[in-house]
Design a protein around this ligand. Structure first.
Ligand code: XCC
Ligand code: SF4
Length: 631
């Protein structure tokens, strides 16, 4: 065994949390740790997915004595419908985020709050979509591409434009299986229709629609979210930053950005760097302004500006518990309503900004693209003025801090690879050197580690322990979302972490100059992973399901994660889950998701709540794929 001595351990993080919870007790704060206790044990029907409340004859709960609901629906129909609704919720959230970004792109203008930072990428997308670029003003083009993107949500005919990015074999599978996604809103809406009382109760139909809806997210809404964010804010390139709670600064105004949509956080970051604002902070006795991030927003601003990452999902209360958070500014998704009452126990301002995420006990500053500058300035100012109210006696910032290199977009990864081999093929680069490493066995394969924290799993342990095991076995890891932040907090995004890898991966990291865990961004950026997998398959001349790559969401919790799981599997990538998606109650639904769908798309879900066996199964799957390729 290697000595993972440079890493911050889960035990150290837990000790820090314990200390923070003591502060919490002093001020009478509630915590998720306490609420988990209050909620345990969970409802068995809910956990198995066997409770139906989609009509008011119910709720109907399936037991051996009552095997059907009042309408006669059996357990498989109920579990399948619940699963599809779960998926639809996730796809709706992700894709609505994508829509907001498309809308921001539509409003971009020369000299405005939002500008086109990556015109090349914009032109490339226009080219893919058959939009004329010659002689067009870049902002006219931005409007046209944004409008075309917005139409992807509701167009009456055809399938998602980005599907063409997949290898042809994959596109054919989607067509033949009837899961090529049409307009995004249509898939979400059809999912709700199919699960209305008295519609679908056939597991196969419900799972197919789950896949199609998921695909409309991964290859539709999320992909637009990612691509348009790159156009507006720049395509990420490797950049150094820091992770874990120690990134908060004792003597500065701390503004924590949390949520998902970079339209808000980009502006907050910009105004926090404004000399006028810094001067104001100094007037209030602070040394300056420190912006740091939580959840996916952290990933977005870390990748583009090197803003430090304070933590992931289950650490969101901790940032307030430090007593040093002047404002926690949120947009949408994964925000604990608990932040309202918690912030009231401190001087912290809990600032909500989106009509989509309204919460009690918050200051609501509605954020509009048109007035983004003023809104952001007001937020930063509010935080600065609040520095006066900080109670220094309550301040405790754990001394946990790591070095991280983040920002590995597909473009950046290819560029790194190009640098080594001088194999510069075209402007977009190639994945061939990576493929050669995999073929030669220097790398055994890749794992895309994604998703959230969930109190059902000791926070971050599965993410971190799985990554360590994989690295030791020469398996490169790409990460996004809260998994990326687990890696950041531990120190796995540090290039120095290469020392812990197997010999092959260590060599690759040194040669290419990368950390062994590559930060690919936020959760919508799992679309980057899809593009990478597609490009590898195309460069290799095989379909995605043959590539030695698997997906893993060991601590997932959100509906979005289920939507993601569906599109990752439907893209042909075997997906390993450490938490069951409320399907235990139906042998038919489980049979399909964890077996039958293999015949549709060449991949399936593997659910295993045991860390070691989850890891072994992943590695075995990669080895099977290698064997099938004869490598
Ligand atoms: Fe949310 Fe995206 Fe999950 Fe983290 S990983 S808890 S979904 S912030 Ni998406
Ligand atoms: Fe019960 Fe059927 Fe109504 Fe569901 S749809 S609550 S199973 S009667």
């Amino acid at each position: 065994m290697k000595e993972w001595d440079r890493l911050i351990t889960v035990e150290e993080m837990e000790a820090a949390t314990e200390r923070l919870l003591e502060t919490g007790k002093k001020v009478g704060a509630d915590s998720w740790q306490q609420r988990v206790k209050n909620q345990t044990p969970h409802c068995g029907f809910g956990e198995a997915g066997t409770c139906c409340r989609i009509c008011s004859m119910g709720p109907c709960r399936i037991t051996p004595k009552a095997p059907r609901g009042i309408c006669g629906c059996d357990v498989h129909g109920i579990v399948g419908r619940n699963y599809l609704r779960f998926t639809a919720g996730g796809a709706a959230a992700h894709s609505d985020h994508g829509r907001a970004i498309a809308h921001t792109l539509y409003l971009a203008k020369e000299g405005g709050n939002y500008q086109v930072k990556d015109p090349e990428k914009l032109k490339r997308i226009a080219g893919e979509w058959g939009i004329e670029t010659e002689g067009k003003d870049i902002y006219d083009l931005a409007h046209e591409v944004a409008e075309t993107g917005l139409m992807e949500y509701g167009k009456p005919f055809g399938t998602q434009r980005f599907l063409k990015r997949a290898p042809e074999a994959r596109q054919k599978i989607w067509e033949e299986q009837g899961i090529a996604p049409r307009a995004i809103d249509r898939e979400v809406s059809q999912s709700l229709h199919m699960t209305h009382m008295g519609c679908s109760s056939l597991p196969e139909a419900l799972i197919r629609q789950s896949f199609r809806t998921g695909l409309s997210d991964g290859w539709g809404g999320s992909m637009m979210g990612t691509e348009f964010s790159d156009v507006l804010f720049g395509t990420p390139k490797p950049i150094d930053t820091e992770g874990n709670l120690g990134v908060m600064e004792k003597d500065m105004v701390n503004i924590v950005v949390h949520g998902h949509d970079p339209s808000l956080s980009e502006m907050v970051v910009m105004y926090a760097q404004d000399p006028e604002m810094i001067a104001l902070a100094k007037e209030h006795g602070a040394k300056g302004i420190n912006v740091c991030g939580v959840c996916c927003t952290a990933n977005e601003v870390a990748m583009r500006h090197g803003i430090p990452m304070a933590g992931n999902f289950l650490q969101q209360e901790n940032v307030v518990l430090t007593g040093a958070c002047e404002a926690i500014v949120v947009d949408v998704q994964c925000i604990f309503p608990a932040l309202g009452p918690l912030s009231k126990c401190f001087h912290t301002k809990f600032i909500t900004t989106s009509p989509i995420a309204r919460m009690p006990d918050s200051d609501f500053i509605e954020f509009h693209e048109e007035t983004a500058g003023e809104n952001a300035k007001a937020i930063v100012k509010m935080a600065i003025e609040n520095f006066d109210n900080r109670n220094q006696d309550l301040v405790f910032i754990p001394e946990l801090k790591t070095k991280c290199t983040v920002g590995y977009s597909v473009e950046a990864i290819k560029k790194c690879l190009d640098g080594v081999t001088n194999s510069h093929v075209d402007e977009l680069g190639t994945t061939k050197p990576l493929i050669d490493c995999v073929k030669a066995g220097v790398l055994r394969g890749a794992v895309a580690m994604v998703g959230c924290n969930n109190p059902k799993i000791r926070p971050d342990t599965y993410h971190i322990e799985l990554m360590k095991k994989l690295l030791e076995n020469d398996i490169i890891v790409i990460v996004s979302g809260c998994s990326a932040q687990a890696a950041a907090k531990a120190g796995l995004l540090d290039k120095e972490a290469a020392q812990y890898c197997g010999e092959g991966l260590k060599r690759v990291c040194k040669l290419v100059g990368i950390p062994p865990v590559l930060h690919m961004g936020s959760c919508v950026d799992i679309s980057r992973m899809m593009i990478l997998a597609a490009d590898i398959a195309k460069d290799w001349g095989i379909d995605i399901c043959q590539v030695p790559v698997v997906g893993c969401a060991p601590e997932w919790m959100s509906e979005k994660a289920v939507s993601i799981g569906n599109y990752v599997v439907a893209t042909g990538i075997e997906t390993f889950l450490g938490v069951n998606p409320y399907t235990k109650g139906s042998s038919e639904v489980e049979g399909l998701l964890q077996g039958g769908v293999q015949d549709w798309v060449g991949a399936k879900f593997v659910v295993d709540t045991d860390l070691d066996s989850l890891c072994e199964k992943m590695m075995a799957c990669l080895e099977e794929k290698r064997a099938a390729l004869g490598i």
